[in-house]
Design a protein around this ligand. Structure first.
Ligand code: ADP
Ligand code: AMP
Length: 213
C-alpha cells in the first residue's frame, strides 16, 4: 500500500514522513527534496526546475511525473510527500499505481492558512539530508546546527514571506482541488497539533503494516 500526503506547504508533511520512514521503514518520496537535490547537483532537470521553484510556482507536470515514475520501480510502499500537486499529476499517479496494482490511501493535513506563515518563515533545514526544524516549535539543540550530523542548517529561499504567499495561492488554486479527487479514500488529520500528536493521529488513520509489507 502507498500513502499520499495532501496539504499545504508547511502543514508538516515532510516532518511526519521522516518520522514514519525512520520508525517503520516506509520510503518517503518528497518531490521537493528530489528537486533540491537535482539543483544542488546541477543536473539538467535541476536547471529546468530552478526558476519555477524560486518564484513559488509549480514545476511543469512532465518533469515531475517522469521523475516520480523512475522511482516507482523500486519495491515496497511509498509515502508521497508533495506529490501529486495538480490534476494531471493525480491522474498520472492513478495510472502508474493501477498498472502495478498498488492501492493507495490519501491523508489530508488540515490547518488554517494563517498558521503556515510562521511555520514556513521559521523553518530551518539540513541541505544534505532534508531534515527540518523550526526555530520555535521544533528547535535543534544548538541553534543553526543539525542534531544528527552537525551540518549547518539553512533557510530555504522560497520560505521568504513574499514567496510563501505565492506558494499558498498556488496551493489553493492547483492542489486543494485534489481533495475532491481523493474523496473516496481520504483520511483527515488535525495538523495544528504538536508533532507527536499528529504522528499518533496519523498512525491511527493509516495502517502502516500494510504499507511496509
Ligand atoms: P511540509 O513538508 O508540509 O511543507 P514541514 O514538515 O517542512 O512541512 O514543516 C514546516 C515547518 O513547521 C517546519 O519548520 C517544521 O519543523 C514545523 N512543524 C512541522 N510539524 C509541526 C507541528 N505539528 N507543530 C509545529 N510545527 C511543526
Ligand atoms: P516542497 O519542498 O514540497 O515545498 O516543494 C518546493 C517547490 O518544489 C515547490 O514550490 C515547487 O516549485 C516544486 N515542487 C515540488 N513538488 C512538486 C510537484 N509535485 N509539482 C510541481 N512542483 C513541485
Amino acid at each position: 500500500m502507498d500513502v499520499i500526503f495532501l496539504g499545504p506547504p508547511g502543514a508538516g508533511k515532510g516532518t511526519q514522513a521522516r518520522i514514519l520512514e525512520q520508525r517503520y521503514g516506509i520510503r518517503q518520496l518528497s518531490t521537493g527534496d528530489m528537486l533540491r537535490r537535482h539543483r544542488a547537483e546541477g543536473t539538467e532537470l535541476g536547471k529546468k526546475a530552478q526558476a519555477y521553484m524560486d518564484r513559488g510556482d509549480l514545476v511543469p507536470d512532465d518533469v515531475i511525473i517522469g521523475m516520480v515514475e523512475r522511482e516507482l520501480h523500486k519495491p515496497g510502499g511509498v509515502l508521497f510527500d508533495g506529490f501529486p500537486r495538480t490534476a494531471n499529476q493525480a491522474r498520472a499517479l492513478d495510472e502508474l499505481l493501477a498498472r502495478q496494482q498498488r492501492p493507495a490511501v490519501a491523508v489530508l493535513f488540515e490547518i488554517p492558512l494563517e498558521m503556515l506563515y510562521e511555520r514556513l518563515t521559521g523553518r530551518w533545514s539540513n541541505p544534505k539530508t532534508g531534515r527540518v526544524y523550526h526555530e520555535k516549535f521544533n528547535p535543534p539543540k544548538i541553534a543553526g546546527i543539525d542534531d544528527e550530523d552537525g551540518s549547518a542548517l539553512v533557510q530555504r529561499e522560497d520560505d521568504k514571506a513574499e514567496t510563501v504567499r505565492k506558494r499558498l495561492a498556488v496551493y489553493e488554486e492547483q492542489t486543494a482541488p485534489l481533495i475532491e479527487h481523493y474523496a473516496d479514500r481520504l483520511k483527515r488529520i488535525d495538523a495544528t497539533k504538536p508533532v507527536e500528536t499528529v504522528t499518533r493521529e496519523l498512525l491511527s488513520a493509516v495502517n502502516l503494516k500494510d504499507a511496509v509489507a
